[in-house]
Design a protein. Structure first.
Ligand SMILES: Nc1nc2c(ncn2[C@@H]2O[C@H](COP(=O)(O)OP(=O)(O)OP(=O)(O)O)[C@@H](O)[C@H]2O)c(=O)[nH]1
Ligand SMILES: [Mg+2]
Length: 389
């Protein structure tokens, strides 16, 4: 599926040369969070098939409303164009239509923002019909408020004769078409959803509890899902390998049965329009008795990722679900002896990690370490959550 957003098609024979730009708020936090975020943007650009040829972070009290960057930095960026030879600039925030247009006017290259980049990746990743419809809906919703920008430059030229009429009516036509498309997509999604509702009703009747695997993107959710359920879900060391939820039945060590669901990963600065478009995942989350939150313990910003996921879950209204946290990829930590078995590996790190709570387990999804303990914890949490208050 091709991306419909202007300027976000990154599929070319030679990779596009991307320059990444971010603004860090001046203040106590310094550039740290902006650096973590722009590193992630690098991975996103890479996932979208672009080659990152330069990065720039500017510290400002607030991004400029007209050009996002300050004048000096913008000149600097512009002057780098010939030496670095970039042909797309990607901003680590959602740009307003005005900012985007001004930047394109000044830099004379394609300018896109983080949201458009994520949507572009989603468009390539969507495998099911429903996933594709959902991405298309999110893209059109992103596009609608941005249409104005494509015509208002005519007004900036002074308005008056020859600028007002045709521009505005074209804009209205475009808006109407996009609204119609959104309406059409929503009804198509609704049709698919009806089937899912029926399926879920059947599932609910069976009384088997649902455990939903949630977490930041690329933390190992699908690897864990496969290890637990012997499924064969696509796994890749890139962002957003999974878009569509998958569910499998799993028998726990005490012989009880659960349904386990793998879901789309989260990421910081994920606009709610995108989250809301993922109804299939949201409905699966709503259905779950317990969340299994997978954290990549080896990521240098694991705490921020963990917090982002908890914030998104809270924003979506899932505040009362019990959560098991699985700290994953412990096999990559130093001090691990390759001959160790599950218990030894767990004990080694549990001793060092006193923040590990009762509902937290250390695991390695690839090595299958800690899975028995994790399953026991699932049983425990389900029994607890099934008890009447
Ligand atoms: N060393 C190591 N690598 C792991 C472990 N678990 C997952 N990985 C790797 O991490 C990468 C991402 O794994 P996925 O299972 O696709 O992660 P995910 O959370 O489903 O990612 P998205 O679907 O993209 O959000 C893959 O390269 C996995 O092989 C682990 O326990 N140890
Ligand atoms: Mg996955």
């Amino acid at each position: 599926m091709r991306s419909i957003i202007r300027g976000t098609i990154l599929t070319q024979t030679s990779p596009e040369r991307a320059f990444l730009v971010s603004v860090a708020a001046k203040g106590s936090a310094g550039k740290g969070p902006a650096e973590a975020s722009i590193n992630e943007l690098t991975q996103l650009a890479h996932t979208a098939g672009a080659k990152v040829v330069g990065k720039l972070i500017q510290q400002l009290h607030a991004p400029s409303r007209t050009h996002y960057l300050g004048k000096g930095k913008l000149d600097e960026l512009s002057s780098l164009k010939d030496s670095i030879n970039y042909n797309v600039v990607i901003f680590d925030d959602e740009l307003s239509p005005v900012q985007q247009r001004n930047l394109e006017d000044t830099l004379k290259v394609k300018v896109i923002d983080r949201t458009a980049l994520i949507l572009d990746i989603f468009a390539r990743r969507a495998r099911t019909h429903e996933g594709q419809l959902q991405v298309e809906l999110a893209q059109h919703q992103y596009l609608l408020p941005r249409l104005a920008g494509q015509w208002s430059h005519l007004e900036r030229l002074g308005g008056g004769i020859g600028t007002r009429g045709p521009g505005e009516s074209q804009l209205e036509t475009d808006r109407r078409l996009i609204r119609q498309k959104i309406h059409h997509l929503k009804s198509q999604i609704e049709d698919v959803r009806k089937h899912r509702v029926l399926y879920r009703q059947k599932r609910r009747k069976s009384g088997i509890p649902v455990v939903a695997i949630v977490g930041y993107t690329n933390t190992g959710k699908s690897t864990l899902f496969n290890a637990l359920s012997h499924a064969d879900v696509f796994v890749e060391d890139k962002l957003f390998a999974t878009l569509d939820p998958t569910t499998r039945r799993l028998t726990l060590p005490d012989k009880s049965e659960v349904l386990i669901t793998d879901t789309v990963g989260f990421i910081r600065k994920l606009p709610t329009t995108i989250v809301n478009a993922f109804r299939a995942t949201l409905e699966e989350l709503a259905e779950a008795s317990v969340f299994l939150h997978v954290v990549d313990l080896t990521s240098h910003d694991a705490p921020e990722q963990c917090q982002t996921v908890e914030d998104i879950l809270a924003d979506l209204g899932f505040t009362d679900k019990p959560i098991i946290t699985a700290l994953n990829k412990i096999d990559l930590l130093s001090g691990i002896d390759p001959t160790w078995k599950e218990e030894e590996a767990i004990n080694h790190f549990s001793d060092q990690c006193d923040r590990v709570k009762k509902t937290t387990v250390l695991i390695s999804a690839t090595k299958k370490w800690g899975l028995t303990k994790l399953q026991k914890l699932i049983t425990h949490m389900l029994t607890k959550s099934a008890q009447p208050v």
